[in-house]
Design a protein around this ligand. Sequence first.
Ligand SMILES: Nc1ncnc2c1ncn2[C@@H]1O[C@H](COP(=O)(O)OP(=O)(O)OP(=O)(O)O)[C@@H](O)[C@H]1O
Length: 254
Amino acid sequence: MSLLTLERVAITLGRREILSPTTLSLRRGEFVCVIGPSGCGKTTLLRAAAGFVQPQAGGVKLAGQPVQGPSREAAFVFQDYGRALLPWRTVAGNVSLALEAAGVPAAQRRERIHRVLATVGLAAHADKFPAQLSGGMQQRAQIARCLAQEPTLLMMDEPFGALDAMTRESLQDELARLVREQGLTVMFVTHDLEEAIYLGDRVVALRANPTADKPSLAAVIDVDIPRPRSQLATKEHPEFLRLRRELYQYLGHH
Ligand SMILES: Nc1ncnc2c1ncn2[C@@H]1O[C@H](COP(=O)(O)OP(=O)(O)OP(=O)(O)O)[C@@H](O)[C@H]1O
């Protein structure tokens, strides 16, 4: 059963067609990664799917309902955690924002804040300010704020792109666990092929400068590698290596 459906979604910015008509649907609980060269429209596709931009043609449906603007069902995680968090609010205060916006009474907020912070391993840092945390911890805080909103869909735009390799790997593993435990559906933009294969149930490859015979959607590939995955074993799995080669060719030569 599909949760999110994009039906011939096309986007033109200025006079340029950024995204040629693209059809894609995400099943409930599915983790879909979107890759492609810089400027091919990954962020634009994600923003359209989240209702932040209205496509010039085609439509987006969430749980069968047309998406006409941002909704609480879909939470958006940005790469730039430094700008996503309010510096004058503590970690707990930042998470509280999502609950305040949803009208959750103060009496229930404390417990909910504690629960989501524990989920992302930040329970001991609730009273710290963002500037007192490492990049990885700030990104965890942003993810906690999104989870507090209790979304069904997580839209993530290169969330780990600014982190060092070790932190990125541990956050990938935490995210995969969390998504599985909570049954979330994820649309995850990255320019990192390995990250896309490691995390995804499917990988969507976009190409830049679409034309009539070479549309934006270059390929949609199933990642048939068992879960839970692990950084070492999965990345040595023959299927991982095969997919990496296949996607590399799509990105490099199409
Ligand atoms: N508001 C806008 N007006 C005109 N062009 C825009 C606007 N926003 C983005 N673009 C252009 O649309 C194209 C797609 O941008 P988008 O950010 O979706 O690409 P991307 O694949 O996410 O790129 P990157 O990997 O570099 O983040 C780019 O060429 C960008 O310059």
